[in-house]
Design a protein around this ligand. Structure first.
Ligand code: SF4
Length: 293
């Protein structure tokens, strides 16, 4: 991959983005679906709540909060206990009427049923993920691809009524594959939550995965702001752009490139960085010194 940052640019970006990370810390958690996961004390509950919250992290913030709250509320105090005792037929009744854009009762039921099978076979979602993980890989791309493929080959008969998961089954949306050029934003977000450690945002539950291997959860905010500050030259969001931005961030922090994700994303979520240059907002912007817009 072409180096897009000069030494001087790297230095100034690091200074500005490190300051941004100090500003947008855990006190901003209520603006993020990660907030729900912090409501649980045990790792085994956080792992499941995290997958549910990240899978539904698409669309408007208010809608995400409502949908994640509805599903986790139905799962009770322990998503782990709920999942172990989960019966798909009952799940379809329990989540009847649930709608989060193009995800409905079948998608949520199948997702929880998949998680149940992951736990039964490998002890945890993390254990299931480790089946495709290679410690020496530069990034988690191959492991993420294996995770999605393995998940989508689990039994789905009680939900979709077919031996093989139908091509149009909505649950596939929760398990995209980097080999299809998808940025896999929501799964990379989930990985960030499970793998990163050392601050009060992410949980560091999956200790065998190195935070240096993570890839930025690329959404519209991260794509736009990354272009503004010269982290990417690519035009279309996708896995290649996520890799290019991550590679630039590795120059700033080789051990933990994705540490900038939460803070950068706040600029978009809190409307601090508008889609078009705005003199008032840009004047107050914490990273205006490195913005090339
Ligand atoms: S200076 Fe303006 S356009 Fe640039 S990152 Fe800041 S708010 Fe966004």
């Amino acid at each position: 991959m072409t180096e897009i940052l000069s030494t001087n640019k790297t230095r100034s970006l690091k200074r500005e983005l490190d300051a941004l990370v100090s500003t947008f810390d855990a006190s901003f958690l209520s603006t993020d679906p990660l907030h729900f996961v912090h409501g649980y004390k045990r790792d085994r509950d956080r792992e499941i709540a995290g997958l549910i919250a990240s899978c539904l992290a698409y669309g408007r913030v208010d809608g995400i909060k409502k949908s994640v709250g509805r599903v986790l509320g139905a799962m009770g105090k322990s998503p782990y206990e709920f999942t172990l005792n989960f019966n798909p037929a009952e799940g379809l009744r329990l989540f009847d009427g649930f709608v989060h854009r193009f995800s409905g009762p079948k998608e949520i039921t199948c997702l929880i049923y998949f998680v149940k099978q992951m736990i039964m076979a490998n002890g945890s979602i993390g254990g299931f993920f480790m089946k495709g993980f290679v410690a020496g890989d530069e990034s988690i791309k191959a492991a993420l691809s294996a995770f999605s493929e393995n998940a989508l080959s689990l039994d789905s008969f009680p939900v979709y009524g077919a031996k093989k998961l139908p091509k149009k089954a909505g649950v596939r949306f929760f398990f995209p594959n980097p080999n299809d050029k998808s940025a896999c934003k929501r799964l990379n977000l989930y990985l960030r939550w499970m793998v990163r450690r050392g601050d009060s945002l992410d949980f560091g539950i999956w200790k065998k995965v190195n935070p240096a291997q993570l890839v930025i959860p690329l959404d519209t905010h991260i794509a736009r702001i990354s272009k503004n500050i010269g982290l990417t030259t690519l035009r279309s969001p996708g896995w290649s752009m996520a890799e290019e931005i991550t590679s630039a961030l590795r120059k700033l922090n080789p051990k933990d490139p994705v540490r900038y994700d939460f803070a950068l994303c706040r600029l978009g979520i809190l409307d601090r960085c508008p889609k078009k240059k705005d003199a008032l907002k840009c004047e107050k912007c914490l990273i205006r010194k490195v913005c090339v817009l």
